[in-house]
Design a binder for this molecule. Sequence first.
Ligand SMILES: O=C(O)C(=O)C[C@]1(C(=O)O)C=C[C@@H](O)C=C1
Length: 252
Amino acid sequence: KSLSSVTIDSLRASLEKQEDFIVFSLIERARYPYNSFAYDPSFLGNQNCSFVELFVRETEAMEARFGRYQNPEELPFFPDYAQPPLAPPHRFPNILHPPGASVNVSRRIWDMYFNDLLPLFTKKADDRNYQQTVASDLICLQALSRRIHSGRFVAEIKFRDSPQNYIPAIQAKDSETLMKLLTFTSVEEAVVKRVFKKAEIFGQNVNLGKNNVKEAESKYKVEPSVAAKLYQEWVIPFTKQVEVGYLLRRLI
Ligand SMILES: O=C(O)C(=O)C[C@]1(C(=O)O)C=C[C@@H](O)C=C1
């Protein structure tokens, strides 16, 4: 990928593809109940760290050794535990302005996912299947983080397409004006509608004839309204926050 091949349209196409993966990741996580012990910091005894946190920390440390975070699209949730890579990095295109590349809302994504989102689409129960539970949590978290931090690339391209529009607000550190400049309401509405439809289509329970119908089963594996709410209330607003944060660092 050369620099000039990245456009606002190619970035929007990439965000659209990521929706599929995010919806499928939620569907996968919804196979397990909430499983609250996986999130209880006292569950592992004196580790003072939840099962999920330890799993994410150790998985990230291992993946860091294999170069996952050499890719500017990937950010770890626990950078302090990252290990130096074993092999020289693949040459990823240098698109981001370095001070902006460090904009990071991982902590907010983590809190939103566990406190707000997970209770909306999992059954309040416990099946003790904690490994598969936290492994599918990590897939959701990584997919959300990649999507939301894509805001850095979107902001860079918006800036390059019309620096004259952004420079005065950046110099004035005027986040509100930056937020207005980078907002496209009709695009956001289309994203939310599309995600709702994807959850409807990808997550529909399929029944073959009368004998197969389970009365108690809902129609969808993840309620389409939950997928839409995820985007409307968190994914898009966090992406925009990343865009503003990036732009504020664009002239450093
Ligand atoms: O497509 C863009 O222009 C983006 O910045 C991405 C995005 C989104 O998160 O989907 C965010 C802000 C815009 O208002 C529209 C959509």
